[in-house]
Design a protein around this ligand. Structure first.
Ligand code: SPV
Ligand code: MG
Length: 290
């Protein structure tokens, strides 16, 4: 079974799938090595790695190129965060085949206006597009895919925008009717109450997708028990782990006046060489360098 088919099947079966964010092939490889089912090609993380806001400042090709590099570096399925689809339904029609050709297995597209603002920022610009307009974008995404197993996940930002549960449910229903394979429902509340209420009220067939960044107390066992959720995405833990680790080590080197103290606690150069796929290159050398 190819990656897309594996992803579609896992999204629909009863076990909860988990995806870890990545902003480059190395972080994706570490996520796959840790046992995550899939990699989340996070716009937030990629933006952070360029030190710019997650607000469509990067070009679509910067994101697409990174998704291609990530998909080439891991065997697990890659879920690409395409924000609002980089424009209208026409832009979506042209972008989705490029993501599919880049080797990703699913796209997540959100119902905000372009250019977007990041979801978890306090008082960000959170404007929703008309429901019909977003249905057109979902239909365009579904119509543009070449492999029927490639998944189109519709994300409603209704709760993020403060539009309430009824609006979120109405949008989720409309997006399912337009052909979405799953519905991502996002929340920035610090408790899971709003999400749990939405999940309880959801009557659709499409599996739900959660991103529990703001409400980390909700564990996988709790989510699995909800039955309607097919996928949990950890949205920014690769970049936050990297920032924390780099900040700590850099400060210690300045404080210690050298690398003599930190060195023993760091991953070895040998480990990094292994992560670069050195074994594969040595095998190529053995076979082809004559
Ligand atoms: C991302 O990781 O880019 C996401 C999740 O879209 S969030 O940042 O929480 O909106
Ligand atoms: Mg994003």
């Amino acid at each position: 079974m190819n990656r897309n088919a594996r992803f579609r099947q896992k999204l629909q079966d009863s076990a909860l799938m988990h995806a870890m964010s990545a902003h480059n092939p190395l972080s994706a490889r570490l996520a796959a090595d840790a046992g995550f089912d899939a990699v989340w090609g996070s716009g937030f993380e990629l933006s952070a790695s360029y030190a710019v806001p997650d607000a469509n400042i990067l070009s679509p090709s910067q994101h697409l190129d990174m998704m291609r590099a990530i998909a080439a570096a891991v065997d697990v399925p890659v879920i690409a965060d395409i924000d609002t689809g980089f424009g209208n339904a026409i832009n979506v029609s042209y972008m989705v085949p490029q993501y599919e050709a880049a080797g990703v297995s699913a796209v997540v597209m959100e119902d905000k206006t372009f250019p977007k603002d990041t979801s978890l920022r306090a008082s960000g610009r959170q404007e929703l597009v008309r429901v019909e307009e977003f249905q057109g974008k979902i239909e365009a995404a579904c119509g543009a895919r070449r492999d029927a197993d490639f998944c189109v996940i519709a994300r409603t930002e209704a709760l993020i925008a403060g539009a309430g549960e009824q609006e979120a449910l109405a949008r989720a229903r409309a997006y399912e009717a337009a052909g979405a394979d799953a519905i991502l429902i996002h929340s920035k509340q610090s408790t899971p109450d709003e999400i749990l209420s939405f999940v309880a009220a959801w009557q659709g067939r499409a599996p739900l997708v959660l991103v529990p960044t703001a409400y980390p107390q909700l564990r996988e066992s709790d989510i699995q028990a909800l039955a309607k959720v097919g996928l949990v995405i950890y949205g920014n833990h690769a970049i936050r782990a990297a920032v924390g680790a780099m900040r700590d080590v850099f400060a210690r080197i300045r404080r210690d006046g050298g690398i003599h103290q930190v060195d023993a606690g760091l991953p070895t150069v040998k480990e990094i060489i292994a992560l670069q796929g050195d074994a594969h290159m040595r095998e190529l050398e053995r076979r082809y360098l004559k």
